[in-house]
Design a protein around this ligand. Sequence first.
Ligand code: ATR
Length: 288
Amino acid sequence: MEINGHTRLCGLIGNPVEHTLSPAIHNTLAEKLGHNLVYVPFHVEKGYTDDAVKGAFGLNILGLNVTVPYKSDVIGSLVAVDELAEKIGAVNTLVRCEKGYKGYNTDILGLYRAMCSEGIKIEGEQIVLLGAGGAARAVAFLCAEKGAEKVYLLNRSLEKAQAVAEEVNSICGRECISPMITADYEKLPDRKYLAIQGTSVGLHPDSDKAVIEDAGFYQKIHTGYDLIYKPAETKFMKLVKENGGCAYNGLKMLLYQAVIAYEYWNDVQVPESVAEDIYEVLKSRVAV
Ligand code: ATR
């Protein structure tokens, strides 16, 4: 692609941004869809997010992704925030509008699209959610919003699980989330669950660990979804499969959070065949 006077710019703000896969996704999307668009990472120092967002608007930048540690900080620099992103309290995508940027959380929309694409249902389900950090908290909101019957939120420290449950239940107006300490997993009612792994345990290079390693727990899981995508098969996924369940990693979530951001910025629908091509690119990049 030739960079010329019509080239639109998108990018990522965060710190660090050096290992991001987003440029590979967005620049491939632009190439495949024939858009004159370039996506670059911007390393933003602490205390400069507001300058970065205002400067981006001044430079006519079409859209930005936001990564750690600025997903909450950036909200104060926006002119509008999507309803679900506001509930979650974190945005990862800024879409240019008339007077500034509107914030969305395509991480969570991407997870939902990824789950739908795998035929995984949330509505009416009994779910075990592992973790109570930023990622798991967003998943708890998604589950409550999409009509999960019950979410058992298991965390190493009970206080954090309780705080997330209280917040989500109060915002969503129903007692959907039940907090538990992970050590009490044997007390889960005897039935089959969808389990979503939202802790950082098992992440490369600590890939020989899972937050629960007892086969008895995994016998209760019909489907396991790990938000981690490196390694491609986590210990959690192995244990789910060994005990008869289906298991998925977080790579499609990564793919679809980018696809949705790209769709918002360019007002297009990315064809599924293009998304599948990008997924192959991602798989090869993660395998390195
Ligand atoms: P993220 O933004 O990726 O969610 P985070 O907010 O730091 O990251 O949350 C990390 C999650 O992984 C938390 O639920 C954390 O449990 P605590 O709240 O008890 O700290 C969980 N976690 C991290 N290391 C863990 C470990 N060794 N065993 C169990 N849980 C762990």
